[in-house]
Design a protein around this ligand. Structure first.
Ligand code: NAD
Length: 478
């Protein structure tokens, strides 16, 4: 069982994290070559983290399997490879990002000044992560915070006890002592962290409801937050979408809707299908589901719902739904574990229970529409600010229409979910799906403060008389 961190140890770890940061800055300030030493330290920590994970890859995938019956392929492809790539990217780019940015084009007033932007570490940062990709969504921000020169307090999700315990062991053994403090636990432990800690930033990934609790606690101490939250991400298959591509479109949609059993923040949550395509979408949808899971049973490589609560809630929603349910489970399917087969639900309406909140389960509702503006009205009214939005359309007019009317964290045209592995663009939500962003250079800037450093020479003193008293009209004449 996962050992939760005791209150007094939480307080001690918060303190140690701050002290580690101050001590490190003191040592660097007294070092003969602080820039070089700082860069070398951060790089060595990132390399060590990379190898620590690589060396324990098998154990990690086994822990994930124990926690939610996750297949090795999903753990490697969607959790570990993206994490390795992100750490390697940080290692490659850090020597460039760590340099001060010289500002060459300043106006006449600063013609003789030297201006640069320093990106300084924030201090001790708190990272709180969710259960669904516990290694990636925990250690990606941890690695970014370390690359940016911070010390870290990390609270993994308590819902994946095997993974949380194992990854704690790995990070504590491969990182410099004190650089990371791991707090294990649930709501009481996280509440204590938020109330007792004085962090320089909080990076929270999880539900919108808890995100609001975190932000309110943070506001009491003016702690800036990055909130990576959830939402109901819609998919549009519009009138202009070519029929010949419908099958591929559905495959691309099922890819995110059923990955990790639908427990993906950017999963396709529901599909809005133009009536001209609806009949084909229904029949192709059934065919493709059978193609992807020809013999679905409880032993299939398919993640389980994370806990009994989410399992029961999804079953209840399915029971309440007035739509037509379809899945490809084999006749011998036994209800064991918390396994729900990938399920399509056709003819769903807006007031159906599956359309109330983010489903976060392997269920995909299909809604039919006739008028694009009317269906957008519903999205905007009921589920505004989704974390992602997916458009399958050919006409730019339709695409731009949707883009203009719905605000979303990101939008992919012609696919789903793949934007999460893009390191050249920011990843984040908008308002209820979160604020702030990371990935690529945004990971670096999110965990640093941009400090303007201006150096003014003294030989220009003669030019300064205009700004000193005694004031006179002559001095403000332009
Ligand atoms: P959650 O909000 O229940 O838990 C996240 C973390 O918050 C956990 O570490 C948990 O211990 C802690 N927590 C839970 N309740 C708390 C409380 N009352 N006070 C303080 N801390 C508390 O989320 P989850 O179920 O682990 O993850 C699913 C949610 O996360 C979904 O909504 C999903 O969309 C979202 N998510 C978002 C992203 C993103 O990048 N935007 C990524 C993954 C998941």
């Amino acid at each position: 069982a996962l050992q939760y961190t005791k209150s007094e140890n939480i307080d001690a770890k918060i303190k140690e994290s701050r002290e580690f940061f101050y001590k490190r800055q003191f040592e660097l300030a007294n070092s003969p070559n602080p820039q070089k030493e700082d860069l070398e330290f951060r790089l060595s920590q990132l390399r060590s983290l990379y190898w620590g994970l690589k060396d324990h890859e098998d154990e990690i995938t086994k822990a994930l399997e124990k926690d939610f019956h996750r297949s090795r392929q999903e753990s490697i492809a969607f959790e570990l490879i993206p994490l390795y790539n992100n750490i390697l990217d940080l290692i490659e780019k850090l020597p460039t990002w760590i340099k001060n940015e010289k500002i060459h084009e300043t106006g006449d007033i600063f013609k003789f000044s030297t201006v640069e932007i320093q990106r300084i570490p924030l201090g001790s940062v708190l990272i709180i992560s969710p259960f669904n990709f516990p290694v990636l969504l925990g250690l990606d921000p941890v690695a970014s915070a370390i690359a940016s020169g911070n010390s870290v307090v990390w609270k993994p999700s308590e819902l994946v006890p095997h993974t949380a315990a194992l990854v704690e062991k790995i990070v504590v053994s491969c990182l410099s002592p004190g650089l990371i403090q791991v707090i294990q636990g649930g709501v009481p432990e996280t509440t204590r962290l938020l109330q007792e800690g004085s962090f320089d930033k909080i990076f929270y990934t999880g539900s919108t409801l808890v995100g609001s609790i975190v932000a309110q606690e943070a506001a009491k101490k003016l702690t800036p937050c990055i909130l990576e939250l959830g939402g109901k991400s819609p998919v549009f298959i519009t009138e202009s979408f070519p029929k010949k591509d419908l099958r591929s479109a559905l495959k691309r949609i099922f890819f995110s809707a059923f990955c990790n059993s639908g427990q993906v923040c950017v999963a396709a949550d529901y599909i809005l299908v133009h009536k001209s395509h609806y009949k084909d979408v229904v029949s192709f949808g059934k065919e493709i589901l059978n193609e992807l899971w020809p013999q679905f049973d409880e032993n299939s490589e398919f993640s389980y719902c994370i806990h009994d609560g989410s399992y029961q809630k999804t079953l209840q929603k399915l029971e309440e739904t007035k739509g037509i349910t379809f899945n490809s489970q084999s006749a011998s399917f036994k209800k064991v574990g918390r396994c729900i087969p990938p399920t399509l639900i056709f003819d769903v309406s807006w007031n159906d229970s599956l359309m109330k909140e983010e489903n976060f389960a392997p269920v995909l509702p299909f809604l039919i529409y006739e008028d694009l503006d009317e269906v957008i009205d519903n999205v905007v009214e009921l589920h505004d600010y989704p974390l992602a939005m997916y458009i399958f359309a050919k006409s730019d007019k339709e695409i731009n229409h949707i883009l203009r009317r719905i605000r979303s964290g990101a939008c992919v045209v012609g696919d789903t979910m793949i934007h999460v592995s893009l390191s050249e663009a920011p990843f984040g939500g908008v308002r209820t799906s979160g604020y702030g962003s990371y990935h690529g250079k945004w990971s670096y800037t999110s965990f640093t403060h941009e400090r303007t450093l201006l150096r003014q020479p003294f030989w220009i003193e003669a030019l300064n008389s205009v700004r000193y008293p005694p004031y006179s009209n002559k001095k403000i004449k332009i």
